[in-house]
Write a protein that binds this ligand. Structure first.
Ligand code: PXG
Length: 292
């Protein structure tokens, strides 16, 4: 056995260098497929069931029949972590439409493929959490439910990649994407929260955002900490005048934002509520989850 990372590919654990899929896979040809980004903390997979439910919903929306039960996928995720000795890391679970002929139709793809990568996580620089992020609003809009429902976590991320590049061009690491109506949707890979006059605000996911698993954790924390929460349509103005702002996502966890579009948020340092949420989040991930 080599000491290479093992990748789960259609029921087999194969060396990273052998983990290859066909150039005729519609996941590659058309971005036809779904994925999840999941974290493992302290030998427990955080919110695994919630991620697998969202994967099932994304697949259902794309009429992609998953030939594996939730338990089978869950077991495969845990096994992939175990064989690689990943106790704290990042899991990328991908289901592609599978191999077919050229042409959009998924009818030529009888068998979806499943890929599970479990690797060590590249953590964001510590200073993001200490000092907070500066972000900007970018021109690329999040697609609305009439175009490509943003709740589907599909392999089509070019919309978000355009926004990410616009963020970089503006000297920022993250960007606010507006929905088709010009309201705040989310960031390129994170949901957004504001604190204003003691109330926590976040856009409803129905029109322009992914229903983030970490977003739901933040909502749970608000309840635990007794912070009133409103899911409300938000404008850039609401963001500019907020007392605090933070982003949530599996990769980013809970990240403070201290400047948006050149406007200082609050005092220009991570807010007290944001810090309390991050602390509670880190407590939760260290004790909850599916044991490997
Ligand atoms: N919005 C979008 C568009 C996302 O892709 C989130 C919000 C946050 O959702 P969760 O469920 O993670 O709280 C996401 C998640 C990556 C990566 O590799 C991206 C995500 C998650 C993990 C890793 O860039 N996106």
């Amino acid at each position: 056995m080599s000491n290479e990372l093992k990748i789960y590919l259609d029921g087999q654990l194969v060396d990273k260098s052998d983990a290859k899929i066909s150039v005729f896979d519609h996941g590659l040809l058309y971005g036809d497929g779904v994925f999840e980004g999941i974290r493992v903390y302290n030998s427990c997979v955080f919110k695994l069931d919630e991620h697998l439910e969202r994967l099932e919903y994304s697949a259902k929306a794309l009429m992609l029949d998953l030939p594996w039960s939730r338990q089978e996928i869950s077991d495969a995720v845990c096994e992939t972590c175990r064989v690689n000795g990943i106790t704290d890391g990042y899991i990328r679970l991908i289901v592609t439409r599978g191999v077919g002929s050229l042409g959009l139709s998924p009818r030529s793809c009888p068998n979806p493929s499943i890929i599970i990568i479990a690797d060590r996580i590249q953590l964001y620089p510590h200073e993001y959490y200490e000092k907070g992020l500066k972000i900007i609003t970018v021109p690329t809009r999040r697609s609305g439910p009439a175009v490509l429902p943003p709740m589907i976590k599909s392999l089509n991320y070019v919309n978000n990649i355009l926004a990410k590049m616009e963020a970089h061009q503006g000297g920022c690491e993250e960007a606010i994407m507006l929905d088709e109506g010009g309201y705040v949707a989310e960031c390129t890979g994170d949901n957004i929260f504001l604190m204003h006059k003691g109330v926590l605000l976040t856009p409803p996911p129905s029109t322009g955002a992914l229903k983030g698993i970490t977003r739901q954790v933040a909502i749970d924390i608000a309840e635990e900490l007794g912070v009133p929460l409103e899911e409300k349509t938000l404008t850039r103005y609401d963001v500019w005048i907020a007392d605090e702002c933070f982003l949530t996502g599996t990769a980013a966890e809970v990240v403070p934002v201290i400047e948006v579009d050149g406007r200082t948020i609050g005092n220009g340092v991570p807010g007290e509520t944001t810090k309390a949420f991050l602390k509670r989040f880190l407590e939760k991930v260290s004790v909850e989850g599916t044991m490997l």
